[in-house]
Design a protein around this ligand. Structure first.
Ligand SMILES: Nc1ncnc2c1ncn2[C@@H]1O[C@H](COP(=O)(O)OP(=O)(O)OP(=O)(O)O)[C@@H](O)[C@H]1O
Length: 201
């Protein structure tokens, strides 16, 4: 459903990655290998050459904002610009989903400046999923979380994937986590993306 063919960015690539509906692809690799840049290219936020498509529709057929609504990137550092949590949610605040990520009902009134890095990370996840992306690009989504909240976030993400049959690319430095949550595993190193294991698709 998501196809990236012959992608080149700076000195990375050419590389290709395809996602089937409901597939989670994990990417690991040394620091500085270009994992984040690759995610930015997939979200059309970084100049690249090559072909991207979603459900066989080339990415050039979409405007940038249209593409990014469907192929949504959650960067390692989330951005917050209003005063409170609730103001960042344009739709009705997803209370039930917030509870499943461990938040009390008044979280929508919390001021941004009081949030811990782990709270920001879980709320960024909640926010991005309210837009119902068809492909989700997660850059180290649990890097600031303890093991209990990591488990909650993993379950939350996988439940979304199973329900919507979206595609997911998950970047992590934790090989155990990638083995736990992903169907296909890749390593990005020296500009090349290689399949390293666990092929269930
Ligand atoms: N606009 C740019 N032009 C050239 N090189 C860049 C540009 N932006 C980032 N880089 C370099 O590309 C490399 C890859 O960076 P990137 O953040 O994608 O790495 P990463 O694999 O995600 O690393 P980490 O695991 O540490 O987060 C880095 O060496 C970075 O300095």
């Amino acid at each position: 459903m998501f196809r990236a063919q012959n992608i080149r960015i700076h000195n990375i690539g050419p590389l290709s990655l395809n996602l089937s509906p409901g597939e989670c692809a994990g990417i690991s690799g040394p620091s500085g290998a270009g994992k984040s840049i690759l995610m930015r290219a997939f979200a059309d936020m970084e100049p690249f050459s090559g072909d991207l498509s979603l459900k066989d529709i080339p990415h050039n057929n979409f405007s940038g904002p249209e593409w990014r609504k469907k192929v949504a990137l959650m960067p390692a550092e989330s951005q917050w610009w209003f005063h409170t949590v609730g103001e960042h949610f344009t739709e009705e605040f997803p209370e039930e989903a917030a509870a499943s990520l461990g938040f009390p009902t008044d979280v929508r009134n919390w001021e941004i400046h009081r949030l811990s890095s782990g709270e920001k990370q879980r709320l960024a996840l909640l926010r991005i999923l309210t837009h119902q992306p068809e492909v989700l690009l997660l850059d180290e989504p649990t890097a600031n979380l303890d093991s209990l909240n990591t488990e909650k976030a993993e379950n939350f993400i996988l439940a979304y994937l199973n329900k919507t049959r979206s595609g997911l690319v998950w970047i992590s430095h934790d090989p155990e986590q990638l083995r736990r949550v992903c169907h296909t595993l890749y390593k990005l190193e020296d500009g090349r993306l290689s399949r390293t294991g666990k092929v269930l698709y």
